[in-house]
Design a protein. Structure first.
Length: 202
């Protein structure tokens, strides 16, 4: 369509199996949550792409390749048109459950460090609750309500240290994720068009 660099083909009335449609929707929901984008499960690789979009996709040096996600990353103007989806007349898809799960995991890990941030928050919550539990147990001890001495302190200490360890591992993971982002060598800027300057002197 005129005025857009990318025209996606949005499948109307998908003829895929129930499992494939369900897995596509689940993957899209999970990926959208972790990556912070709106990936439509009805859109696949089929579409019309301008030369500059293809050139940008080819310039992305990620080891894990995902064409539609690279197109989203490029940031060019996109739209979609509905197309009638036909069922496969012969053959079968080479993607089984194991391959689909592996692809989903690799793509999510490659495009988002949100799982690491979730672990950091989880560890901090555990540490905070353990600290509060420790204060409560100290108060109960001085009130004489602790009948078995040592048990509460051991449990609270284990949970507190576990929370701290999870937090530290998550923070280290975020730093490693930053290094991982640098190794992808993605273009820092993507040029849409160059406007000529008549006053420019070479």
């Amino acid at each position: 369509m005129e005025g857009h660099d990318v025209v996606f083909a949005r499948r109307k009335n998908r003829q895929d199996s129930f499992f494939k449609r369900l897995s596509s929707k689940i993957f899209s929901k999970i990926f959208n949550f972790f990556a912070g984008i709106q990936l439509d499960s009805e859109i696949a690789n089929f579409g019309i792409y301008s030369k500059k979009v293809i050139a940008t996709v080819l310039s992305i040096g990620d080891y894990i390749k995902s064409f539609p996600l690279f197109v989203y990353f490029s940031g060019f103007s996109t739209t979609s048109v509905e197309v009638q989806h036909a069922s496969r007349e012969s053959g079968a898809s080479s993607y089984n459950l194991r391959k689909l799960t592996s692809l989903a995991f690799n793509v999510i890990v490659s495009y988002s460090n949100k799982p690491l941030k979730i672990f950091v928050k989880f560890g901090m919550i555990i540490s905070l609750l353990s600290f509060i539990g420790g204060i409560i147990n100290i108060g109960l001890y001085f009130q004489g309500k602790i009948k078995v001495s040592g048990y509460s302190s051991i449990i609270i200490s284990i949970w507190l240290l576990s929370g701290i360890i999870i937090t530290v591992i998550g923070v280290v993971g975020i730093y490693v994720g930053k290094v991982f982002e640098q190794t992808k060598n993605r273009p820092a800027f993507i040029i849409d068009k160059i406007t000529p300057n008549d006053n420019q002197q070479i």
